[in-house]
Design a protein around this ligand. Structure first.
Ligand SMILES: *[C@@H]1O[C@H](CO)[C@@H](O)[C@H](O)[C@H]1NC(C)=O
Length: 438
């Protein structure tokens, strides 16, 4: 009986203690934090006892993907997770008093949240997902997360396209609060962020994340300063597609044009070949036009490259036209010289016969020169042969002058052209492509 009584007493004692300490429920904690009723005051004021105490706001950003870089609009779209935490002097509790509760989640509308926004943000509002709850820690730290398809304005330098590197800043700042009331800080440093981003990056497109850096700074607007955290994202473009689609074909066309100097002139194929090369280059120029914005002040290197290749091949087409013209001129003079020679030759041929025959006579009959009539005829024949020879020489000179001139022009131009192409290509390499290797 005594044992039963003891047990009963123990049971009642246990029950009584559980009535006295109902602090294991979230409800009691909410009551302790005065969040049980719609406590408006907690959500509208900065949670400090003395107004001069600044509130620290820590931001963290995880770059989850680079979706698109728009060269024409000068924007970068990325997928980011944003994390923000701040300290509250009112929302603290001793976790031992509440059965070890360390974390509590409350709706975002019930407490004060710093108004941190991104300076470069140009995304539409539909692309942001903010967590509806705030997570509270017993030490007074509150934190929220947001997931966003973030489009930021970024001034893209396209001079070295497609070997360009971009630096885009993502600036977190509190637009309505001064630095005296809100201090901004970063939770992680740049190398940690780079490492984490590299691990969790789901998509990078044609870009490569080189590194991320963080700068904590002040933004001055008039007399007031506001604190800001700048995330500097360094991106490098993967240039292979453009190299294969544009740079290498243009180079190949330039080499083809150089090779076309070895096509024989007289065939008339050289000019049409060169014009075909020129047309192919202009097709590639159309591709380029789609890729680059027209807003660039300084001409991108790739545009200079295309225009220079076009210009070089254009000049070589002009040269081919000139050489073709000279050869035609030569053929024309050669023909007129021939016809005039034939016109002069026609009446004499009647009694002088073939020049070859005359020559033969000249060679064959020197020992029969004892007769005076024969001697006279021999002299006449010799004169005719000499004249024939002289005429042929004259004709050949008229024939050869322009052709030789064309050949000289072609050779000199080829050398100059080769040197120009070599200088141009090495300049392009030094000023442009070598940047990709750094
Ligand atoms: C990005 O921010 C850093 C630090 O404030 C600054 O030095 C740099 O000029 C900024 N870059 C751009 C592109 O705005």
């Amino acid at each position: 009986m005594a044992v039963l009584r003891v047990l009963l007493v123990l049971a009642f004692a246990g029950e009584a203690s559980s009535v006295q300490q109902p602090a294991c429920s979230y409800l009691s904690l909410l009551r302790h934090l005065k969040l049980d009723t719609a406590n408006h005051l907690v959500s509208i004021t900065r949670p400090v006892r003395n107004w001069t105490t600044p509130t620290w706001v820590w931001v963290d950003m995880l770059l989850h993907g680079i979706l698109k870089v728009d060269e024409k609009a000068q924007t970068v779209s990325s997928h980011v997770w944003r994390h923000m935490s701040w300290s509250s002097e009112f929302l603290t509790w001793n976790s031992t008093e509440f059965c070890g509760i360390e974390y509590l989640t409350v709706p975002t509308s019930s407490i004060w949240i710093p108004d941190v926004s991104i300076l470069e943000d140009v995304s539409d509002t539909g692309s942001i997902y903010t967590s509806p709850v705030v997570k509270l820690h017993h030490s007074g730290f509150a934190s929220t997360t947001a997931r966003q398809r973030l489009t930021t304005a970024c001034r893209l330098g396209l001079r070295l396209f497609p070997f360009d590197r971009q630096q885009c800043n993502i600036t977190f700042l509190s637009t309505s609060s001064e630095a005296s009331s809100i201090h901004m800080g970063a939770l992680n440093n740049g190398s940690v962020l780079t490492h984490v981003a590299e691990r969790f990056m789901s998509t990078q497109g044609e870009w490569d994340l080189r590194k991320m850096d963080i700068a904590v700074d002040y933004l001055r607007s008039g007399e007031s300063f506001s604190s800001k955290v700048v995330y500097m994202v360094f991106l490098a473009r993967k240039p292979m597609l453009y190299v294969i689609n544009l740079i290498v074909p243009l180079l190949a066309l330039l080499v083809l044009d150089l090779a076309s100097f070895f096509i024989h002139e007289a065939r008339g194929e050289k000019l049409s070949f060169k014009v075909t090369v020129l047309l192919s280059i202009s097709v590639l120029l159309l591709v380029l036009q789609d890729m680059l914005p027209s807003t660039e002040d300084r001409l991108p290197m790739i545009a200079s490259y295309c225009v220079a290749v076009f210009g070089l091949v254009g000049v070589s087409v002009l040269e081919a036209i000139l050489v073709g013209y000279l050869i035609d001129l030569d053929a024309y003079f050669g023909r007129t010289a021939q016809t005039s020679a034939q016109r002069d030759k026609q009446p004499e041929d009647a009694h002088l016969g073939e020049p070859a025959a005359a020559e033969e006579k000249l060679q064959v009959k020197p020992e029969q020169s004892d007769l005076p009539l024969d001697g006279l005829q021999q002299i006449l024949q010799a004169v005719a042969v000499l004249r024939e020879e002289a005429e042929r020489r004259v004709k050949e000179r008229g024939d050869g002058t322009y052709r030789r001139m064309a050949e000289i022009i072609d050779a000199v131009f080829f050398v100059l052209y080769f040197v120009a192409v070599a200088v141009f290509l090495s300049y392009m390499y030094a000023a442009w492509v070598s940047h990709a290797m750094l």
